[in-house]
Design a protein around this ligand. Structure first.
Ligand code: NAD
Length: 358
């Protein structure tokens, strides 16, 4: 029975969805380690921050002494590791930070977990779980193929981001093989939903469209991604921690393969329905679409075979892309203060005086 969960990266997009899920659907105590980079936003946790079951701890996962101290004091039965640099374009402009956090940070966290785990009584060692949250981008590009990524697809990452995540996945598996620590790895497709940082495709398009700005689509917009609603991902992650077999990998995906251009057009059509455009000289949201030079090394197609987690752990996504994108667009319309404070930078003001695990 898991009672205490240490989450890393809980102020990010998926981490905050996971913590909201754990507070509303379980009785566990949660400690959240987050450095609060530009991507960390404590305002995404406003609904849960006053819960007695939640503690925030501002720390960098590459800080070995601090991470060890937090792990030893909180004494988790499971660690769910989401902290990462996550934006592919930023990894092209500045790859070293991605290697530092994603590779080095994961190694530091693994080693703190190992030292803590090795000192546990044997029955607690067996039930302990280290869950590493990763991406389908480690598998590379499915261009020209109708295949899907499975858990045994070989790794072939294309960007500094996906290469750094691939490195971290290998480290996690090495900690199981070498030390016997019970680890779980999940590789998930593209997420979308509420509280998504506006630099990512879907919120970027929603907000640009609302402001009548161009909607920049890379290349011809035919890059295919498999989209999963973030709350479905959070539910899958908890299912894996509770029921996954140590040492196993589970792919998580939404059976929603869509070209980027289709995604942008769907957003335009939904906005047209919900807030008909009234900008002088702009005929429709779709007319804001502008094709721009493609990203270097841009993968053409990702597609996930999620049949293992469905078959073995009984998880299936609840949202189709049609229902999930409608919820997402509506959320951005109804929560303008959240994203306005991100766009203005004011979301960073709430960072001082964050509490911690003593
Ligand atoms: P995000 O960028 O929104 O959040 C990352 C969080 O990690 C932020 O709160 C940030 O402050 C924190 N962080 C960054 N560096 C840190 C450090 N050195 N120490 C402590 N905290 C640090 O990312 P996300 O989209 O929520 O992704 C979470 C995880 O899920 C990542 O590991 C990512 O690779 C993986 N993933 C993401 C997607 C997706 O579509 N977003 C899909 C599959 C897997």
């Amino acid at each position: 029975m898991i009672e205490r969960v240490l989450v890393t990266g809980g102020a990010g997009f998926i981490g905050s969805a996971l913590i909201r899920y754990l507070i509303s659907h379980t009785g566990v105590q949660i400690a959240n380690i987050d450095k609060l980079t530009y991507a960390g936003n404590l305002e995404s946790l406003a609904d849960v921050e006053h819960s007695e079951r939640y503690t925030f701890c501002q720390a960098d996962i590459t800080d070995a002494a601090e991470v060890q101290r937090i792990v030893e004091n909180f004494r988790p039965q499971a660690i769910m590791h989401l902290a990462a640099e996550s934006h592919v374009d930023r990894s092209i402009d500045g790859p070293i930070e991605f290697v530092r956090t994603n590779v080095m940070g994961t190694a530091v966290l693994l080693d703190a977990a190992r030292k803590y785990w090795q000192a546990l009584p044997e029955h607690e060692q067996q039930s302990f779980r280290f869950h590493h949250v990763s991406t389908d981008e480690v598998y590379g590009d499915l261009e020209g193929s109708t295949e899907l990524f499975t858990e045994v697809t070989s790794y072939s990452p294309s960007s500094p981001y996906s290469a750094s995540k691939a490195g971290s996945d290998h480290l996690v598996r090495a900690w199981q093989r070498t030390y016997g620590m019970p680890v779980l790895v999940t590789n998930c497709s593209n997420n979308y939903g509420p509280y998504h940082f506006p630099e990512k495709l879907i919120p970027h398009m929603i907000l640009n469209a609302l402001h009548g700005k161009p909607l920049p689509v890379y290349g011809n917009g035919m890059q295919i991604r498999d989209w999963l609603y973030v709350e479905d991902h959070a539910r899958a992650l908890w299912r894996v921690v509770c029921a996954g077999v140590p040492g196993e990998t589970y792919n998580i995906g939404g059976h929603n393969e869509l070209a980027n251009l289709n995604v942008v057009e769907t957003i335009c059509d939904l906005l047209e329905e919900l807030v008909p455009i009234k900008l002088a000289g702009v005929a429709s949201y779709r007319s804001l679409i502008k094709f721009v030079q493609d990203r270097p090394g841009h993968d053409r197609r990702y597609a996930i075979d999620a049949s293992k987690i469905e078959r073995e752990l009984g998880w299936v996504p609840q949202e189709s892309f049609q229902t999930g994108i409608r919820k997402t667009v509506s959320w951005y319309l109804e929560n303008q203060e959240w994203w306005q404070r991100v766009l203005s930078g004011d979301y960073r003001l709430g960072r001082l005086g964050a509490a911690g695990v003593n």
